[in-house]
Design a protein around this ligand. Structure first.
Ligand code: SGN
Ligand code: CA
Length: 504
């Protein structure tokens, strides 16, 4: 009898757990390069908390974005649709139409508590959430402005990553606990202009980082790469980006510095002043200056990544301490990848791997086996459908992404990926679209530059050898163009179709 009742109890518990909808936390960072994450084998720094998600779940080695830039990536995540369908094509002119459907609206409708806290950058107020507390625009590293329904625009003092995490935990504390939740935490780190939290300043000062193999790329046969304005050497600014202002008066004018409290300013100066003195005394030029800039960039960038990783750790600790870890899916991804000096660059936008790919790890206890490594082609487009699938909610037919969950095991995985970048302004990257298969990448640049590029990724992992037009590659080019046209039609990208059909 005793045995039987124990068995009934065990069965009932399992049944109740199976009925319980999973909670979801999606952490989206800004411009965080997989090249700097130790879970991805980086030797540049340790990211123990991102690594923890990967170790306890799955690391996606072939995760990509549909359009490598901030606002568009977030709009794709929300809607499960490409930019030409959700309307948010670029950061410069787009305003997100919040009246359209999103995976969040589907969750809220189905009894979830939903929140977006942190960087949003969609130029309109979030719709369909139980709660939001978003950064105004890009936000600031110190004393940033936030927007909530109750308080409107207001400043919250402190370092932005910590402030966002504090609010996320407060929301979790105060949420309606009878409902499952989906919380999106949007971090500003590791976005330009890379100002670290005080506790992380100087963490990498004793390191000299290896200069990437392609740092001195000559962009031969690659016109779009040649005309960009995202070079560390030429475009990264000494004051604005690297804090090497020539005078106090110049420093006073800087937007990030001006908002600091006197105490913060004092700590900021205590760290950067000696670096400035040494720099101006040495006064490096040419190649020496380019490499000095690269080293400084790396030090500041990685220091902002430390704060990001530490605050991800706080989220994981919160789940442990509140007995939520078992029933909560945790997904970490960046809005896109980033250049850490490859091709001589910072920033993103291109369909080349460093910016097309994004880091993505997911922990889903009981469903995803710890230490899984997946090479399935997955996209930011898939986040919404994946969450809805896990929550047992029908994926709306017009969402273009797919649930990642079956991709973890089934054989008929995505064979290729479609990409389309539109922005024409800052950093001067020509609009382009293209296809990536396991081995090849075919890109069609248009607008600023009219050209095709073809890469054999197996033999040319740095994508410096444009094979387009070579006799030997005619056959594969023809095949890739046919496959690209199929993708354009499948995703119904009329702009791309028009350009694709034009001869050049
Ligand atoms: C800002 C930055 C750019 C960056 C874009 C897009 N300039 O405009 O360097 O590429 O954001 O970044 S800044 O002078 O304002 O720092 S994104 O992450 O929002 O897409
Ligand atoms: Ca970004």
């Amino acid at each position: 009898m005793k045995k039987l009742s124990l068995w009934v109890l065990a069965f009932a518990t399992t049944w109740v757990q199976a009925q319980k909808k999973p909670n979801v936390i999606i952490i989206i960072s800004d411009d965080h390069a997989y090249q700097t994450i130790s879970a991805y084998g980086s030797k540049l720094m340790q990211t123990p908390n991102i690594d923890r998600i990967a170790n306890e779940g799955v690391r996606f080695d072939k995760a990509y974005v549909t359009n490598s830039i901030c606002g568009p990536s977030r709009a794709v995540i929300l809607t499960g649709k490409y930019s030409h369908k959700n309307g948010f094509k670029d950061n410069e002119n787009s305003v997100f139409d919040g009246s359209q459907n999103s995976f969040i609206k589907e969750l809220t409708k189905n009894g979830y508590n939903t929140a977006w806290i942190g960087k949003w950058h969609l130029e309109s107020i979030p719709q369909g959430f139980t709660y939001y507390n978003i950064l105004q625009g890009q936000g600031w590293y110190y004393n940033s402005e936030f927007i909530t329904e109750k308080e409107g625009r207001h400043v919250k003092n402190g370092y932005v990553t910590n402030v966002i995490e504090d609010d996320a935990e407060q929301w979790l504390d105060q949420r309606d606990k009878s409902k499952p939740f989906c919380l999106v935490i949007g971090h500003k780190n590791t976005h330009r202009v890379w100002i670290p939290d005080f506790q992380d300043m100087g963490e990498f000062d004793d390191r000299t980082f290896p200069v990437p193999e392609t740092f001195y790329d000559d962009y031969k046969n690659r016109q779009a790469a040649k005309i960009q304005e995202m070079s560390i050497d030429k475009d990264m600014m000494m004051g604005y980006d690297l804090k090497m202002w020539k005078s106090k008066a110049e420093e006073d004018k800087d937007g990030s510095v001006r908002r600091m409290t006197p105490e913060q300013r004092q700590k900021f100066d205590a760290y950067y002043e000696p670096i400035r003195k040494e720099f101006f005394a040495k006064n490096p030029t040419d190649k020496e200056l380019a490499e000095w800039k690269y080293q400084r960039y790396m030090k500041d960038y990685l220091a902002t990544a430390r704060s990001l990783d530490r605050n991800i750790g706080r989220t994981l600790d919160y789940l442990d301490q509140h007995d939520l870890a078992k029933n909560t899916i945790v997904i970490y991804l960046s809005d896109q990848g980033f250049y850490m000096g490859e091709h001589g660059w910072f920033d993103k936008r291109f369909m080349y791997e460093e910016s097309f790919r994004t880091p993505m790890v997911m922990r889903y206890p009981g469903v995803v086996k710890p230490k899984t490594v997946s090479d399935a082609f997955v996209m930011n487009l898939d986040i919404g459908p994946t969450v809805l699938d896990a929550a047992g909610i029908d994926i709306p037919k017009d969402m273009q992404g797919k649930s990642i969950l079956p991709m973890l095991s089934k054989k008929d995985k995505r064979k290729n990926l479609f990409y389309h970048y539109y922005e024409k302004g800052e950093h001067n990257v020509s609009p382009h679209f293209g296809i990536r298969t396991k081995r090849y990448k075919l890109i069609r640049f248009y607008d600023k530059v009219n050209a095709w590029e073809l890469y054999d990724l197996k033999n040319d992992k740095h994508e410096i050898n444009n094979l387009y037009g070579q006799e030997k590659y005619q056959k594969i080019t023809k095949q890739l163009k046919a496959d690209l046209e199929k993708l354009i039609l499948e995703y119904d990208d009329q702009d791309a179709l028009r350009i694709f059909k034009k001869e050049i």
